[in-house]
Write a protein that binds this ligand. Structure first.
Ligand SMILES: Cc1ncc(C[n+]2csc(CCOP(=O)(O)OP(=O)(O)O)c2C)c(N)n1
Length: 321
């Protein structure tokens, strides 16, 4: 159902921008984590949250959430190119975001703790008597970790203002979800925590957005967490260089037919909201913006060996001992 045309067009634009940026980053770095085909989950989940809400996006597709929270494309590129001007100061050849935007930075390596940390952010929101909420998304593989159980159990027991979103793209590197769990629907796990569990078509941005917004309303009203499983598909390998030879090409082709951007465009065309030419213009504009931002970020200074000092490793103590 298309109720608010302006919002839907904004989400379409973000998905296109995400796709174009992601393709360009894959060309730039063999280690980039491709998110092509999964755009409806980050966009549908984090679009429309308030500036005082906290966002903790899954690493796959996170840059579009940073852009939604106020980072510029040039800043995202500075991170992707490992520039000294990036929020990771060039020490992290990837992407991250400043905490001031109330978006969790991408923390390399350890998957899982972000679910507990986001639950902690929701606890802080409750403790400060604010009606802000936290939304956290993570992969199906990550949802099989103990961190998930501990965090969701606590969030539910304390009725914290948080929405847990599993970005189920069917694969965790080379491990298919059917081999990692016997559960048919990951959303069913919610019953074990005493919270609502909702399974949505993760390639339908409106379905994701509607489910998350409903969960946000519950959380804001003090009714606690919801677990949402958004089913999508990882169209490329785990990283840009991964040819994903461990899976059947037919499976990928089947999902190509459910491309979230093409589906939305078909729907918007049917509704007389976006013509083929309008859609073309959105793609062209995204390509131009992404290209210009990259060119600008390439001119930023690279990190120097002398930047790798210990000065930023330790925070200044709040009080002298
Ligand atoms: C605690 C931990 N275990 C293993 C890894 C290695 N690892 C990096 S990405 C990944 C797959 C994660 O799968 P999923 O959560 O489904 O997210 P996806 O990559 O599919 O988006 C693994 C196992 C890690 N980074 N952290």
């Amino acid at each position: 159902m298309i109720e608010d045309v302006k919002q839907v067009l904004a989400m379409h634009r973000l998905m296109v921008q995400s796709r174009v940026l992601d393709e360009a980053c894959c060309e730039e770095s063999a280690h980039w984590f491709p998110s092509q085909g999964e755009e409806a989950v980050p966009v549908g989940t984090f679009y429309g949250l308030r500036p005082d809400d906290v966002c903790a996006p899954a690493y796959r597709g996170a840059p579009i959430v940073y852009l939604m929270r106020g980072m510029t494309l040039e800043q995202v590129w500075a991170g992707a190119l490992g520039k000294r001007t990036s929020f990771g100061r060039g020490r992290h050849f990837s992407f991250t975001a400043p905490i001031e935007l109330r978006v969790f930075p991408y923390i390399a390596g350890d998957l899982g703790p972000i679910i507990s940390q986001a639950t902690g952010a929701a606890f802080a929101q409750r403790y400060r008597k604010s009606d802000a909420v936290t939304a956290v998304s993570f992969g199906d593989g990550t949802s099989n970790r103990g961190d998930f159980h501990e965090a969701v159990n606590l969030g539910a027991a304390w009725r914290l203002p948080i929405v847990y979103v599993i970005q189920n793209n069917h694969w965790a590197i080379s491990m298919p979800i059917e081999k990692a769990t016997a559960a048919k629907r990951l959303a069913d796990r919610a019953a074990g925590y005493g919270i609502p569990g909702v399974a949505v078509d993760g390639n339908d941005v409106l379905a994701v957005h509607t489910a998350v917004q409903e969960a946000v309303r519950r959380a804001r009203a003090g009714h606690g967490p919801t677990l949402i499983e958004a089913e999508t598909f990882r169209m490329r390998g785990h990283i840009a260089a991964d040819t994903a030879s461990y899976r059947a090409p037919e499976e990928v082709e089947e999902w190509r037919g459910r491309d979230p951007i093409q589906r939305l465009e078909a729907r918007l065309a049917d509704a007389g909201v976006l013509s083929a030419e309008d859609a073309q213009a959105v793609w062209a504009e995204a390509a131009q913006e992404v290209g210009e931002a990259k060119a600008a970020a390439q001119r930023h200074p690279d990190i120097l060996p002398t930047d790798l000092g210990l000065d930023e490793m330790f925070a200044t103590p709040l009080r002298e001992a």
